[in-house]
Design a binder for this molecule. Structure first.
Ligand SMILES: *[C@@H]1O[C@H](CO)[C@@H](O)[C@H](O)[C@H]1NC(C)=O
Ligand SMILES: *[C@@H]1O[C@H](CO)[C@@H](O)[C@H](O)[C@H]1NC(C)=O
Ligand SMILES: *[C@@H]1O[C@H](CO)[C@@H](O)[C@H](O)[C@H]1NC(C)=O
Ligand SMILES: *[C@@H]1O[C@H](CO)[C@@H](O)[C@H](O)[C@H]1NC(C)=O
Length: 479
């Protein structure tokens, strides 16, 4: 289980060209074929790659091939011109139950490796939201006539099974419901169900959870007057819109909410934290009532509420109208393990976050001191155990104490990263990297391995290796 990233570079020769391909030796042959597909456009099933002992098979363990750095491999195969689909696409909701079962009985290898990794990796990352199973259970939703409710219940059942068995789980019912609720995930091509964009999948899952799962009280009971996603995953911002050309025109102020912050990828090196700041200031064009014409306005957003779980999405895919593809931006985005969101907050929230932020600083300082000398008992050690009492003792504002899904300090730790390898959102491969029990784990469909923290840093991008696409941060625990 204790594998690290075993990466070597091989050179694929095809059609008079050479392609440098980083190979993850812990993967089967199909993953390499998928990478080559994204470089050459030759579909995996049309590739013949010559390796020791014959032609590379989809399920060959790459580690057994004893590949050497910069080894050249010959690939044969032709790009197939895209044909019109022979039959019109069939959607699951048009099928009878028996037909659905038959449809899902597609040879497991293909479904697993080619086409549901967007869902597997998303689910593994969302398992880092540890309060979710309690919230689903306490909401008391049952398998019912409502598809959305069935979805949340079956997701919870799946999480439980994953917790319990520690073995690969077949999310059949869950996948079926996802495809029923969102027919785009039931799109097919000649190979079966198509690869999909993990960010869209993440968004749809969070949307269904938002519709079906009630919030929690501080005691972990259900609160029907709140939604879980609203409490634990939603950022609120105060948006001020001011006309650039008419300084005297009073700005308009509104409140907005979002389940994820988007980070645009710049021309050179992108720092996630600076880009969060840049994303909060926008120029828009609209009508100015005082000027009586269209003018440029500056929209400035400041965060007025931070949730316990913060989702950051790197905008890696751009739609290229001419080629009709979603093209990927491979550039590097540096993301931190520890994130301070206080600089992006309203002055009111900044003031409310100070006591808990200060407390975390004291804890960190004390830990540093303890290393030097076994320091005497400090006042912070006498803190009450119960979170609510602790927040009160620290002097946290009551509005934050009453909100169990809030981040009271503005301080976050990275808990999950979803990565993509390949050139297009609807091809390539997705993997979830999740921190559980103090360790980082790589969830590559049914293969799970423990990895080192520094391997997470390698996911920043800048090349053909797995590239961070979504990051999930969790509120740092107070002690
Ligand atoms: C990922 O999805 C495949 C296909 O649905 C399934 O067989 C596999 O067990 C899944 N892995 C996990 C960890 O859920
Ligand atoms: C779910 O089923 C249980 C047991 O039958 C019932 O007590 C509960 O009210 C149901 N919940 C909903 C939301 O219908
Ligand atoms: C929800 O699941 C139950 C049990 O599998 C099933 O009987 C019911 O028809 C499902 N509801 C919908 C709308 O599919
Ligand atoms: C439930 O949520 C509402 C709305 O946020 C809040 O006013 C109420 O105090 C909450 N109830 C409990 C018991 O926490």
């Amino acid at each position: 289980m204790n594998s690290t990233l075993l990466l070597i570079l091989v050179i694929i020769k095809w059609n008079g060209e050479k392609y440098n391909v980083p190979v993850d030796l812990s993967q089967p042959g199909l993953v390499l074929k998928t990478q080559i597909f994204s470089l050459t456009g030759v579909a995996p099933e049309r590739q013949k790659i010559m390796v020791k002992g014959g032609v590379l098979k989809d399920d060959t363990d790459l580690n057994t091939l004893k590949l050497k750095e910069n080894q050249q491999l010959m690939m044969m195969g032709t790009v197939e011109a895209l044909k019109e689909p022979q039959e019109k696409p069939v959607f699951l909701e048009d099928l009878s139950e028996a037909q659905i079962s038959k449809a899902l009985n597609i040879p497991a290898g293909l479904v697993n490796l080619g086409n549901t990794c967007y869902l597997n990796s998303t689910l593994q990352c969302l398992r880092a939201v540890t309060e979710l199973p309690t919230a689903v259970e306490k909401t008391g939703i049952n398998i019912s006539s409502n598809n959305q409710q069935n979805f949340s219940v079956s997701m919870n059942a799946l999480f439980k099974e994953l917790d319990k068995s520690g073995q690969a789980v077949h999310p059949v019912m869950f996948v079926q419901l996802l495809r029923t609720l969102y027919p785009q995930f039931a799109e097919r091509d000649r190979n079966g169900f198509m690869q999909q964009d993990a960010e869209e999948c993440w968004g749809q899952i969070v949307h269904v959870l938002d519709e079906t799962v009630n919030g929690l009280t501080r005691n972990g009971e259900s609160n029907k007057s709140k939604k879980f996603v609203e409490q634990f995953m939603t950022v609120e911002t105060i948006v001020e819109t001011k006309c650039d050309d008419a300084p005297a025109e009073p700005p308009s102020v509104s409140m907005e909410t979002t389940n994820k912050l988007r980070v645009n990828i710049g021309a050179v090196s992108t720092y996630m934290v600076s880009e969060i700041g840049n994303g909060l200031i926008e120029k828009i064009e609209k009508n100015s009532p005082t000027l009586g014409r269209n003018a440029i306005f500056t929209k400035t957003s400041k965060i007025s509420r931070l949730p316990r779980y913060l989702t950051i999405n790197f905008v890696r895919f751009q739609w290229k109208a001419q080629e009709q593809i979603k093209a990927k931006i491979l550039k590097r985005v540096q993301f931190p393990f520890e994130l301070d969101m206080v600089p992006f907050c309203t002055p009111e929230l900044t003031a409310k976050l100070q006591p808990a932020k200060q407390r975390l600083k004291e804890i960190a300082d004390r830990k540093a001191d303890e290393k030097i000398e076994n320091a005497q008992e400090m006042a912070v050690d006498e803190a009450p155990k119960d979170q609510k009492a602790l927040l009160e003792a620290i002097g946290v504002d009551s509005s934050l104490i009453e909100d169990p899904g809030v981040n009271p300090s503005g301080q976050y730790d990275l808990v999950a990263v979803l990565t993509h390898v390949g050139r297009g959102a609807n091809s390539g491969h997705y993997i979830g990297w999740v921190k559980q029990g103090g360790h980082w784990w790589k969830f590559d469909d049914d293969k799970v391995s423990q990895i080192k923290e520094e391997d997470i840093t390698k996911l920043e991008g800048g090349g053909d290796w797995h590239t961070a696409y979504m990051c999930l941060y969790k509120s740092r625990d107070l002690e």
